[in-house]
Design a protein around this ligand. Structure first.
Ligand code: XUL
Ligand code: CO
Length: 447
């Protein structure tokens, strides 16, 4: 990957390429576990993990929260002459960051990359200009686009939803944005296109026609898919489930809900899910539950890697740091066959009081190291086979004989009932949960 500094302007001075120094290093700006070229199983770490940096949190978010003013004044914005100039400087800072960190991918919303114009046409033109600049920087550095998306939630016009808005004019404005964002994603060779329906839900059923809104959402997604395919997009479409926030109820509640919706509307061939750890938690699920559910339904796609704060009821978007969680996640991902078009996108933000420029690096380094550890633990579990074999044996009665005939749909209820033997000891078998948890802890320590 080529270094990237434009015209000598460096936005993160004093920070060079982040390299692997190993677990004993006490350099906060070095990887302790993420060794990109190291082969784990059959692939290099970097090809398993496919890390992406999120443009929005890292280069747009300014540390403001509902209670306080910005704490992260970005030089690429404060020093700029106008919004287009600021967007280009921001892009330079972003590519400097990607290449210093050594990540191969990034993800963006239209409005992260290009400012909104005075009309839909001007907004589209702004995005086209900046996407062309991003393409030059991608070519110069080798950094690639994991996925693009349209921000259909920040502007006040989307306060009642985007594709599910009760006002048709807003639905058409959302379409203008999605069309332009799809064009930009194709231009940048994006491997995916994401829909996160932040305001596709309701605040009150008293003012909402739920059936109509869900039908409109499906219609909108069908049109977007058809347009993108017509333009030659071959990548994956992702829906990113989230149960709530900013709406009281979001239609893309969780993986299982999204799967039902996709099937009901014939979208399951083109769409997969982009699973975010913090969203899983808000839906009352473990992150790994969402991953395994997606894999079981054949719609596992990509991951927004972050973590929540279990004692808070909102999306804190913190950087991942729990090896236990990353190990379970990577085990589910390896079992699902690994990433194809997807990757681990850090949809995570540094804290409001993390005000040193190095904090953004250290946050990503920690997240990448956490997933590198998780990957190695997961590979150990796969290689050893103890957990997998336990699960396989637990269902062995369905592998042969009448059990297999049942699983293949060859038995009626009467026939099944006739096979019921005496009560005896059937069903009295230990689930061995505690033993399995102890074994997992051994793998976590590399034993
Ligand atoms: C919001 C969220 C978004 C999506 C992209 O909770 O996760 O950043 O990932 O729109
Ligand atoms: Co996300």
């Amino acid at each position: 990957m080529a270094d990237y500094f434009v015209g000598g302007k460096e936005y993160f001075p004093g920070i060079g390429r982040i390299t692997y120094e190993g677990p004993k290093s006490d350099n906060p700006l070095a990887f302790k576990y993420y060794d990109p070229e190291k082969v784990v199983g059959k692939k290099k770490m970097k090809d398993h993990l496919r890390f992406a940096v999120a443009y929005w949190h890292s280069f747009c978010a300014d540390g403001a929260d509902p209670f306080g003013a910005p704490t992260h004044p970005h030089p690429w914005i404060t020093d700029a002459k106008n919004p287009m100039d600021a967007a280009e400087h921001k892009m330079d800072a972003a590519f400097e960051f990607f290449t210093k960190l050594g990540v191969e991918f990034y993800a963006f919303h239209d409005r992260d990359m290009a400012p909104e114009g005075a009309s839909p046409g001007e907004s589209e033109q702004n995005l086209r200009i900046l996407a062309a600049k991003a393409k030059e920087r991608q070519q110069a550095t080798g950094v690639k686009l994991l996925w693009g998306t349209a921000n259909l939630f920040s502007h006040p016009r989307f306060m009642n939803g985007a594709a599910t808005n009760p006002d048709f004019a807003v639905v058409s404005l959302a379409a203008a944005q999605v069309k332009a964002a799809i064009d930009a994603t194709i231009e940048l060779g994006g491997q995916g296109y994401t829909f996160w329906g932040g305001r596709e839900g309701y605040m009150s059923l008293l003012n909402t026609d739920l059936k109509r809104e869900k039908d409109h959402l499906a219609r909108f997604l069908i049109m977007a898919r058809d347009y993108a395919r017509k333009q030659g997009f071959t990548g994956a479409f992702y829906i990113e489930p989230k149960p709530m926030e900013p709406t009281k109820h979001q239609y893309d509640y969780d993986v299982e809900t999204v799967a039902g919706f996709l099937r009901a509307h014939g979208l399951d061939k083109d769409f997969r899910v982009n699973i975010e750890a913090n969203h899983a938690e808000l839906a009352g699920h473990d992150f790994v539950h969402e991953l395994e559910t997606a894999a079981s339904l054949g719609i596992f796609g990509s991951v927004d890697a972050n973590r929540g704060e279990p004692r808070n009821g909102w999306d804190t978007d913190q950087f991942p740091s729990s090896y236990y969680e990353t190990a379970l996640a990577m085990y589910a991902i390896l079992k699902a066959g690994g990433f194809t078009s997807g990757g681990l996108n850090f949809d995570a933000k540094i804290r409001r009081n993390s005000v040193d420029p190095a904090d953004l690096f250290e946050a990503h380094i920690g997240g990448m190291d956490s997933f590198a550890v998780g990957l190695e633990v997961a590979q150990r579990i796969m290689d050893d086979g103890k957990l997998g074999n336990f699960v396989k044996n637990r269902y062995a009665s369905f592998d042969t004989g009448e059990g297999a005939r049942f699983a293949q749909g060859k038995l009626s209820l009467e026939a099944l009932a006739r096979l019921g033997s005496a009560y005896g000891t059937a069903g009295i078998a230990s689930g061995k949960q505690e033993r399995l948890e102890n074994i997992l802890n051994q793998y976590l320590l590399g034993l």
